[in-house]
Ligand binder design. Structure first.
Ligand code: URA
Length: 218
């Protein structure tokens, strides 16, 4: 990881050898598409499980087959996912694997290739999204432009800022800083933090174009 002081709103996944090995596979330029999907999916699963850790819980006691009580907890509050198209759609299955029949909205924002400014094209969200916690899905946090615009769409739909959890595999420090400055109540959960951005606003070292590698359009 780079020498970067992580804001308190941003949580890194545990930096263990398992995660490092998965990251090494998806970052290698010669990794096949099948392997890219398989190992990216494993990281996505880790991100979703960690994201779910940030939901509120209530105490719940159950009786085990031994007749004894087990003092546990139950999740309180309903969730939904919102993917930032197209790359964020790659994270939907990982969310479904953890949360059966979860509702998933979509937001399409595209970066203007010349100005690099994000533009909103489409949004379709669950009708009751204002009463839900939202797991916002986008694999790469580069400039933060698309993610910030997506958050604005959620806020315009009355989602509470402190109920948004943003999940991504790889972040650039500039993206994190811009995002937390604008939305200080949102928790970011990320897999690794890279050195920065190149002239085309790609994360370096990064993975290249995540959506193209995942969906096979490179
Ligand atoms: N989107 C990508 O797919 N890769 C980057 O490096 C930045 C944004």
């Amino acid at each position: 990881m780079v020498d970067y002081s992580l804001p308190s709103q941003c949580q890194l996944l545990e930096q263990n050898s398992q995660l490092k090995a998965l990251m090494t596979i998806i970052r290698a330029k010669d990794t096949s598409r099948a392997d890219f999907i398989f190992y990216a999916d494993r990281i996505i699963r880790l991100l979703v499980e960690e994201g779910l850790n940030h939901l509120p819980v209530v105490d719940k006691t159950v009786k085990t087959p031994t007749g004894a009580d087990y003092n546990g907890i139950d999740f309180k509050g309903r969730i939904c996912g919102v993917s930032i198209m197209r790359a964020g759609e790659a994270m939907e299955q990982g969310l479904r694997d953890c949360c059966r029949s979860v509702r998933i909205g979509k937001i399409l924002i595209q970066r203007d290739e010349e100005t690099h400014q994000p533009k909103l094209y489409y949004a379709k969200l669950p009708k009751d999204i204002e009463s839900r916690y939202v797991l916002l899905l986008d694999p790469m946090l580069a400039t933060g432009g698309s993610a910030m615009q997506a958050v604005q769409v959620l806020l315009d739909n009355n989602v509470r800022e402190d109920r948004i959890i943003f999940l991504n595999l790889i972040s650039a420090p500039e993206g994190i800083d811009a995002f937390v400055k604008r939305y200080p109540q949102i928790k970011i959960i990320t897999g690794e933090i890279d050195g920065g951005l190149d002239d085309n606003k790609y994360i370096v070292p990064g993975v290249g174009d995540f959506g193209c590698r995942y969906f096979g359009t490179d």
